[in-house]
Design a protein around this ligand. Structure first.
Ligand code: IMP
Length: 433
């Protein structure tokens, strides 16, 4: 007889364009978790968590890692740069985070190899004005090899002949493409194989079956699992603003496939949203601000990419986006982050739907070009008196801020369960808790 798992397997997804503050939410929720697993993406993610004034930026290892009893997994849906993974683990250890026996990576996860990064850069160059603005971490080319059935997986490291065959074949193809793209740099199969040799045993030592581990964990009465999304719903390969997206399923359905469990095992889906909107990279951003307001919001929110350092584009909260994301993910709760950044504004705007060519838009546009042309329908709100910064309870929030949150809840038709009002773990409000 299987244990009742209700409420014990929670997926946390970004409900905008990434950088919503998932790292902080996962970090706080991990206190109650026994296992945290990433399910997609790779080292393109940059999850920032701050503990006791120390800042950690995690690219691959799940944000739950700072709680030392939590097991951390990278699911089969993640594309793993093995050198980055080991460096990140070692850096955590150097800063006093015990890592022994706590990290696992799916034997089925695909590897990101140096030729993927070279191709990522060359393809971006060649796209000219249609550049996606990728993070340059080789993510698209690695997923392309996966879907094209020419990838190398963690488990393949045990088979040296296979590694050589795959790497030599892919390096040949990559170098032909690089030459065509006019890029001078070339990938070197022998060098890659040598570097893989150096880490083979360590990576194989981390290999596991993530689905089996999670199912076993949930069979234990005390087991609590968090599935950690990277990027955001609007960067989803299917549901995002294609082609200005990443190459994986960032939405909640990808969480099951990306670790190897059935969809019904997940019983809650928390969507993380900023109290406003940001985006890095190109593509539509309907509520984007320009000029002084843009600079102000970017500075107040410290909106610079955690992976690339690029200034993030910023805009007002876009209800059209979050309502769409709520539907695509089946959100059961919202976590609103960086509310304190809006403390400084006398006037705040909220987008609630769009018009296109003067007509209301009934369904979220499938074409990026259409989304680029929409006019958001704005509500204008007076800013609130007082500060939300550091509040730890709903009643402590200024009344105007509470009204603002209630409105976001209404627009997304999803209850707000958590509000983050600062970088520290303690700057956190549990609504109704
Ligand atoms: P890629 O994932 O590096 O291929 O980049 C594709 C798009 O996703 C670009 O617009 C990136 O800026 C964006 N992106 C990728 N990872 C993140 C992230 O962690 N946060 C925000 N945007 C991201």
């Amino acid at each position: 007889m299987k244990a009742d798992t209700s409420g014990r397997c929670v997926a946390v997804v970004g409900a905008q364009w990434g950088d919503e503050g998932k790292g902080k939410i996962i970090d706080v929720l991990s206190e109650e978790a026994t296992l945290v697993a990433r399910y997609q993406g790779g080292a393109n993610a940059g999850h920032t968590v701050r503990v006791d004034g120390d800042e950690f930026i995690l690219h691959l290892i799940p944000s739950g890692v700072l709680y030392e009893d939590v097991r951390c997994l990278l699911g089969n849906g993640v594309v793993v740069d093995p050198w980055t993974l080991l460096e990140e683990r070692d850096a955590l250890e150097e800063r006093g985070v015990a890592m022994d026996g706590r990290l696992g990576v799916s034997a089925r996860a695909h590897l990101v190899l140096p030729y993927h990064q070279l191709l990522d850069g060359a393809q971006e160059e060649n796209r000219g004005s249609d550049r996606i603005g990728t993070t340059g971490r080789g993510i698209g080319p690695a997923y392309r090899d996966k879907a094209g059935r020419t990838g190398l997986r963690v488990a393949d490291l045990a088979d040296e002949d296979r590694c050589r065959r795959v790497v030599e074949g892919r390096v040949d193809d990559a170098n032909t493409l690089l030459e065509k793209a006019g890029v001078e740099e070339r990938a070197d199969a022998d060098e890659i194989l040598e570097r893989l040799d150096e880490i083979r045993d360590e990576i194989l030592g981390l290999a596991t079956d993530t689905g089996q581990e999670i199912r076993r964990e949930l069979d234990r009465a005390a087991g609590r699992v968090l599935l950690e999304g990277a990027q955001g719903s609007l960067l989803d390969i299917d549901h995002g603003t294609y082609p200005y997206v990443t190459s994986s399923t960032t939405t909640a359905a990808g969480a099951a496939a990306g670790v190897g469990i059935g969809p019904r095992v997940i019983d809650e889906v928390v969507g993380v949203v900023k109290a406003y909107t940001t985006r890095v990279g190109n593509g539509p951003l309907p509520t984007e601000l320009e000029g002084e307001a843009e600079e102000r919001l970017r500075e107040l929110g410290s909106e610079f990419g955690a992976t690339t350092g690029r200034p993030r584009r910023v805009g007002w909260f876009d209800g059209g986006v979050v309502d769409y994301a709520a539907g695509v993910n089946g959100l059961t709760a919202l976590a609103v982050t960086k509310l304190d950044v809006l403390d400084e504004f006398d006037e705040i705007r909220v987008g609630d739907g769009y018009e296109l060519d003067g007509e209301p838009v009934e369904s979220f546009p499938a074409r990026a070009d259409d989304l680029d042309r929409v006019d958001p329908v704005y509500e204008t709100w007076e800013g609130w008196d007082g500060s939300t910064a550091g509040c730890t309870g709903w009643r402590a929030l200024p009344e105007g801020a509470r009204r603002y949150l209630k409105r976001l809840e209404e627009i997304a038709d999803t209850p707000i369960r958590y509000v983050s009002v600062g970088a520290a773990r303690s700057d956190f409000v549990r609504v109704g808790g």
